[in-house]
Design a protein around this ligand. Structure first.
Ligand code: CP3
Length: 343
C-alpha cells in the first residue's frame, strides 16, 4: 500500500499530491457536533473511544491522505501542574498564568506515556481501525505557542504578557521554554512509540514575534525539539503560522517538512526554504467559496508547487467551523484530480 503522505515527506515521487487538513475533525461536521452536544471538548479528548471515532469521521467522508489524532495542544499543561479549562466563547483559559520565577515553582515535567495515556490509547485505537494506506499524524504545540498560552492565560491580542516576560526576565523565560521543550519531546516520542507515523509541531503564534526575537529566543528551542524527535521513524512537520516573512529563519529548524501559511505564494516560500518538503498553503477561508473558486485556488497552489517532489497539500492554517463539508470534499478531490493529471 503506498503511503503517499510519507513518500512526500521523504521527497519521493507520488502518483498524486497527498492532502490532509489542519483541524480536519471538528465543528464543521454535523456528526462531530452530535457527539459534542453530549460532552465537553476535553471529555471527548480524554475518552479514547470517542476521540478515535472523531479522528476517523473526516476520513469516512473525504479521500484524505492522513488522519490526525483528535486531541489538543493544551492537554500536556494539566500534568505539568498548570490547570486550564475551555469556555464556550473565549476558548482556553489558564487558571493561574505564569509570569514570574515564583509562578514557575511547582510546574514540572511529565511522563507522557503515563500522564497522557488516553492520547496514546487513542493513537493505538485509530491505528487499529485505519485503512492501511492512510498514516496517522501525532502532534504537539511548539514551545513558544504553548508558552504564550501559559503566560497570557488564554487567547491574546498582542502577546504583551509573554513579550514582557521574555524581555524583563530572559533567564526565567528560557527556563520555562526549556521545561516546555522537554515536555514536547517526551510527548512526541510517546506518540511515535504508540503508533504515530508522522508528527506535526504547531507554532501557531510564532508569527507574532519579530525575526530578531524568534531567532534569539525561540528558534534554538524548536531546533532542540526537532533534533530530539527526528530519526525515530516518523517525519517531523514544523508549521509556523504567520512566519512567512522569516522563512529564512524557519528553514534552520532542520525539520523534514515545513508548513507554510497562506500569506505567501508557495513557489516563493519554497525558494527560501530550499531542499525540504513543503506543506501548504491554501487560505482556509477558500472553503467558503463556490467550487469554481476553490478549483482555481487549488490549481494555483499546485502550479506553484510545480511537481517538485515533497509537496503535501494543506490549508495555510486550521479549518474554520463554517466550512461546508461538500466544499471540503470538492477540495480534496480537486487536489488529487489536478495533481494526478499534471504528473
Ligand atoms: O486537526 C485535527 O483535526 C485534530 C484536532 C486538533 C484540535 N486542536 C481540536 C480542537 C488540533 C490539531 C488542535 C491544535 C490546536 N489547539 C492548536 C494549533 C492549531 C491552530 O489552530 O493553530 C491550537 C492553537 C489549539 C488551542 C485551541 N483549542 C483553541 C484556541 C481552541 C478554541 C478555539 C476553537 O477553535 O475552538 C481549541 C478548541 C478545539 N480544539 C476544538 C477542537 C475540535 C473545538 C472544541 C469544541 O468542540 O468546542
Amino acid at each position: 500500500m503506498p503511503l503517499r503522505l510519507l513518500d512526500a515527506c521523504a521527497r519521493k515521487p507520488v502518483d498524486a499530491t497527498p492532502v490532509w487538513l489542519m483541524r480536519q475533525a471538528g465543528r464543521y461536521l454535523p456528526e462531530y457536533r452530535a457527539i459534542r452536544e453530549k460532552m465537553s471538548f476535553v471529555e471527548m479528548c480524554r475518552r479514547p473511544d470517542v476521540a478515535a471515532e472523531v479522528t476517523l469521521q473526516p476520513l469516512r467522508r473525504f479521500d484524505l491522505d492522513a488522519a490526525i489524532v483528535f486531541a489538543d495542544i493544551l492537554l500536556p499543561l494539566e500534568p505539568m501542574g498548570i490547570g486550564f479549562h475551555f469556555t464556550g466563547d473565549e476558548g482556553p483559559v489558564i487558571e493561574r498564568p505564569i509570569r514570574s520565577a515564583r509562578d514557575l515553582e511547582g510546574v514540572h515535567g511529565i511522563d507522557a506515556a503515563a500522564d497522557l495515556q488516553y492520547v496514546m490509547d487513542t493513537i493505538r485505537l485509530v491505528r487499529h481501525e485505519l485503512a492501511p494506506g492512510v498514516p496517522l499524524i501525532g502532534f504537539s504545540g511548539a514551545p513558544f505557542t504553548l508558552a504564550s498560552y501559559i503566560v497570557e492565560g488564554g487567547h491574546s491580542r498582542n502577546y504583551a504578557h509573554v513579550k514582557r516576560f521574555m524581555y524583563h526576565d530572559p533567564v526565567t523565560f528560557a527556563r520555562l521554554m526549556d521545561l516546555i521543550s522537554e515536555v514536547v519531546v517526551d510527548y512526541l516520542r510517546a506518540q511515535i512509540a504508540a503508533g504515530a507515523q508522522a508528527v506535526q509541531l504547531f507554532d501557531s503564534w510564532a508569527g507574532w514575534l519579530s525575526p530578531y526575537d524568534y531567532e534569539l529566543s525561540i528558534l534554538p528551542h524548536v531546533q532542540y525539539v526537532i533534533d530530539a524527535v527526528k530519526g525515530r521513524g516518523a517525519p517531523v512537520i514544523y508549521f509556523a503560522n504567520g512566519a512567512s516573512a522569516m522563512l529564512d529563519l524557519v528553514a534552520k529548524v532542520r525539520s523534514d517538512v515545513i508548513g507554510v501559511d497562506w500569506r505567501i505564494r508557495l513557489d516563493r516560500a519554497w525558494d527560501q526554504l530550499g531542499d525540504v518538503a513543503v506543506q501548504g498553503n491554501l487560505d482556509p477561508l477558500t472553503l467558503l467559496g463556490p467550487p469554481q473558486a476553490i478549483e482555481e485556488r487549488v490549481a494555483d497552489v499546485l502550479r506553484r508547487a510545480a511537481g517538485r517532489p515533497g509537496h503535501i497539500f494543506n490549508l495555510g492554517h486550521g479549518m474554520v467551523p463554517q466550512a461546508p463539508p461538500d466544499n471540503v470534499k470538492y477540495l480534496v478531490d480537486a487536489v488529487h484530480r489536478l495533481s494526478a493529471a499534471a504528473g
